[in-house]
Design a protein around this ligand. Structure first.
Ligand SMILES: NC(=O)c1ccc[n+]([C@@H]2O[C@H](COP(=O)([O-])OP(=O)(O)OC[C@H]3O[C@@H](n4cnc5c(N)ncnc54)[C@H](OP(=O)(O)O)[C@@H]3O)[C@@H](O)[C@H]2O)c1
Length: 401
């Protein structure tokens, strides 16, 4: 899974292209800038969409074309998909976010889920109507021209023998992750050779896909083409990326998407950061610091004060907003952390690329009791001292009083 970044990164890249070099900022200017809203907020009402055009952006010397809503304004989207039925299969986090955004964008979208599953009820609660735009999986695939496979990655594999024969010539197959076709030896997802196969992968949770869209913002997404039979796969992916509510879209390949995604979530986005938190907290506790102090110095200050500064304007900006003492030590120690951790990241990338990570996921998700096993792990995490301390710290935030 990826971070919940918005198209703020693009805006920042554009701003930095014309702005003086950020390191020239003083502490005072950094603090002043911190109090400015980093993004002009659009009215939060009724799904206002920002518009801007496709452009080539210089990402630190690497020029890349990006796609935005201006390339696919709503009228153009409606015209482009006027003969299509988008059949969204699965209604988990991504199904919910992408489905509701497509519906609000006026697309002809239907949902396909199993009738006895939790998703059916959830879809009904979100206003999908059985027999009108909510069907069982086979019926939805039968009606759809663009089949958006948003089942869990494990379910994409287990249902594939049943789904594949229904993907007849003329349909398009869409994923939000390269997992299934890239690791086909493990998943068995060998796509039919006579259909377009594309991907749009939002860089964040489906819940964020929805909330950003409702705020008139948008999640960043990558898009890719696995197989182009019609010669239109590329533009179809871009258009779908905009239709599901992306902020900006960058092009990748299925392989690069799945490698970077699995690597990122195991690394800095989730696993790595959890490991860092635990290591730092444990040492503080062993050295006699209280849980409250250890949590504040490890997690609370990070998430509530410093990481938002990095998100708003970059690492130098965060450093500039901190004391000289903090800055000196942090810059010095960052090198040691980088050198120590780099071999771990190299090992992690290899583990992803060689399929070890997908194998582990498939085996785990293939267990009958995987939901219970996962819940047990969540419970263990919840019960760790650090996260229990965190609960107490959060309860003391003034806004939670
Ligand atoms: N979640 C994210 O943050 C995220 C971000 C980017 C991309 N993606 C990708 O988006 C895709 C969907 O992910 P997700 O997190 O939205 O999905 P998910 O929550 O893991 O699962 C979605 C759906 O799978 C269905 N399902 C599970 N087992 C099934 C089975 N055996 N037969 C039929 N249906 C089954 C569930 O239906 P029931 O309720 O009936 O069980 C549910 O509707 C994946 O490829 C994922 O990698 C996810």
């Amino acid at each position: 899974m990826a971070t919940q970044r918005s198209s703020r990164a693009l805006r920042l890249a554009l701003r930095q292209a014309s702005a003086p070099h950020v390191q020239q900022r003083t502490f005072v200017s950094a603090v002043k800038a911190a109090s400015r809203p980093a993004v002009k907020q659009t009215a939060v009402s009724s799904f206002v969409q920002q518009t801007r055009g496709a452009k080539t952006v210089d990402f630190a010397g690497d020029k890349e074309k990006v796609y935005e809503r201006d390339d696919w304004p709503r009228d153009k989207l409606l015209e482009y998909f006027k003969n299509d039925t988008l059949a969204l299969i699965g209604y988990g986090s991504q199904g919910h976010g992408q489905g509701l955004n497509l519906r609000d964008n006026g697309m002809n979208v239907i949902v396909g889920v199993r009738k006895d599953g939790a998703s059916w009820k959830e879809a009904e609660q979100d206003g999908w109507v059985p027999g009108t735009n909510l069907f069982d999986i086979d019926e939805a695939i039968g009606k759809g021209t663009i089949i958006m496979n948003l089942l869990s990655d494990a379910a994409q594999s287990s249902t594939w023998p049943h789904i594949k024969p229904q993907l007849t010539k003329g349909k398009t197959l869409y994923f939000s992750h390269g997992f299934s076709p890239v690791f086909k030896k493990q998943t068995g997802v060998e796509v039919p050779t006579d259909i377009d196969v594309i991907l749009v992968a939002p860089k964040g949770s489906g819940r964020t896909v929805r909330t950003l869209f409702r705020e008139g913002r948008g999640i960043n997404s990558s898009f890719a083409v696995f197989q182009d039979v019609t010669g239109k796969a590329d533009e179809k992916a871009q258009a779908l990326g905009v239709a599901i509510g992306s902020g900006y879209l960058y092009k990748t390949t299925f392989e690069k998407e799945v490698y970077s995604d699995l690597y990122g979530e195991r690394g800095c986005l989730m696993g790595g950061i959890h490991g860092m938190f635990l290591a730092q907290y444990e040492v503080l506790r062993e050295k006699g610091h209280s849980p409250s102090e250890a949590f504040n110095e490890t997690v609370e200050e990070a998430t509530q004060s410093l990481y938002p500064l990095i998100g708003a304007n970059g690492m130098d900006y965060m450093y500039a907003a901190c004391s000289t003492t903090a800055r000196r030590g942090a810059i010095d120690w960052s090198k040691k952390f980088k050198d120590t951790l780099k071999p771990v990241f190299e090992e992690l990338y290899d583990s992803v690329k060689t399929g070890k990570e997908t194998q582990r996921t498939m085996e785990y998700a293939g267990r009958k009791d995987y939901r219970e096993a996962f819940e047990k792990e969540m419970e263990e995490i919840r019960e760790m001292e650090i996260w229990r301390a965190g609960k107490a710290v959060r309860s003391l935030r003034p806004e939670n009083a």
